[in-house]
Design a protein around this ligand. Structure first.
Ligand code: NAP
Ligand code: ZN
Ligand code: ZN
Length: 347
């Protein structure tokens, strides 16, 4: 075993603090890398506080890891020491089910092995995430990262990036479409960048009036304050797609009414509580309510390559790891521009 250090939480009521643990030795198909940066996803906060009811402690969160390879196993073909790499939300899957074979490992029939708050395929060894100095991952779940982009700003692409890229690609959102991005946070600001890059007309629907200038700078064409009834009325029946990134309880029917005929409301935000929606809000206008989970490994690499080609990264605030608990409080107040990234050198 190899000694590792990180930040962990030991129960749902405590704060994150320093913790020492062990990683497995590098196996024949493994890559070990030094983590340089790790993005902070709202899913980290949901899981640290057991808001989804599935938390395993101690927990080392973090599923937006980037860094430099230090060691590879004897059979590793794709990577060598010194390469820049990343790891997102998954580190293994069964590889044989229909979904895995189609590159949709996130929907693995046996359950993908999540980067943290999960167990390895043996169902008993816990996985620990990227708020730590090193990681060992099978080469097939390691992504290539371009050296052309700011590495710290690449980290959030591994979750916020792929989670918004994948549904926009699946529904072929682009030229001629009116796309609304609901919630301008980590996922939301990436959705704006991709939506604009794919040629859609993008509107940000936000509960924070102060984010208007930023939204327009990110490339959005319109900005609507969701608490302003007049502004909401002006976009009734307007959008082809809504990409919903909101992390807290909200009224889905209100937003579905902003869709045009055949419009699709895509949930990626994962509030802890269930919501009620009236079937008439879908029936009238043949609308769909859909969801999407991160993206598979091939599509994650495609997204990273697309970002390198089009010079797309996340807008970040780099933080010391000792400020992680304060960062969570700010994230809860929607006060992040637009993704916190931990500088792992401060660990
Ligand atoms: P985030 O940075 O905190 O952004 C969430 C945004 O939602 C906020 O910036 C805010 O935008 C809006 N919001 C927050 N509370 C609200 C409230 N009470 N009412 C209305 N709007 C509110 O979070 P994130 O990291 O982007 O993650 C967003 C959600 O996606 C989380 O639930 C996360 O777990 C989930 N997620 C899902 C996947 C997936 O695969 N499906 C992957 C990653 C994350 P405004 O200020 O503009 O209103
Ligand atoms: Zn995430
Ligand atoms: Zn599978």
């Amino acid at each position: 075993m190899t000694k590792a250090k990180g930040y962990a939480v030991h129960d749902a009521k405590s704060e994150l603090g320093p913790w020492n643990f062990e990683r497995r030795e590098v196996g024949p198909h493994d890559v070990q890398f030094d983590i340089s940066y790790c993005g902070v996803c709202h899913s980290d906060l949901h899981q640290v506080r057991n808001e989804w009811g599935n938390s395993i402690y101690p927990m080392v969160p973090g599923h937006e890891l980037v860094g430099k390879v230090v060691k590879v196993g004897s059979h590793v073909k794709k990577y060598k020491a010194g390469d820049l790499v990343g790891v997102g939300c998954m580190v293994e899957s069964c590889r044989t089910c229909k979904n895995c074979k189609e590159g949709l490992e996130q929907f693995c029939a046996e359950g993908a092995v999540m980067t943290y708050n999960g167990y390895e395929r043996d169902k008993k060894t816990p996985t620990y995430g990227g708020y730590s100095n090193i990681v060992v991952v099978n080469e097939d779940f390691v992504l290539k990262v371009s050296d052309k982009l700011n590495l710290a700003a690449v980290a959030p692409l591994l979750c916020a990036g792929i989670t918004t890229y994948s549904p926009l690609r699946h529904w072929k959102v682009g030229k001629g479409h009116k796309l609304a991005v609901l919630g301008l946070g980590g996922l939301g600001h990436m959705a704006v960048k991709f939506g604009v890059s794919f040629g859609a007309e993008v509107t940000v629907l936000s509960s924070s009036p102060s984010k208007k200038d930023d939204a327009l700078k990110l490339g959005a064409h319109k900005f609507v304050v969701t608490s302003d009834e007049e502004q909401i009325k002006s976009v009734l029946g307007y959008f082809d797609f809504i990409l919903d990134t909101v992390s807290a309880e909200h009224d889905y029917s209100k937003y579905i009414s902003l869709l045009s005929t055949n419009g699709v409301h895509i949930c990626v935000g994962a509030p802890p509580t269930p919501s009620q929606i009236h079937s008439f809000s879908l029936i009238m206008g043949r609308k769909s309510l859909a969801g999407s989970l991160i993206g598979g490994i091939p599509e994650t690499q495609e997204m990273l390559d697309y970002c390198a080609e089009h010079n797309i990264v996340s807008d970040i605030e780099l933080i010391d790891i000792k400020d992680i608990n304060k960062a969570y409080e700010r994230m809860l107040k929607s006060d992040v521009k637009y993704r916190f990234v931990i500088d792992i050198a401060t660990l």
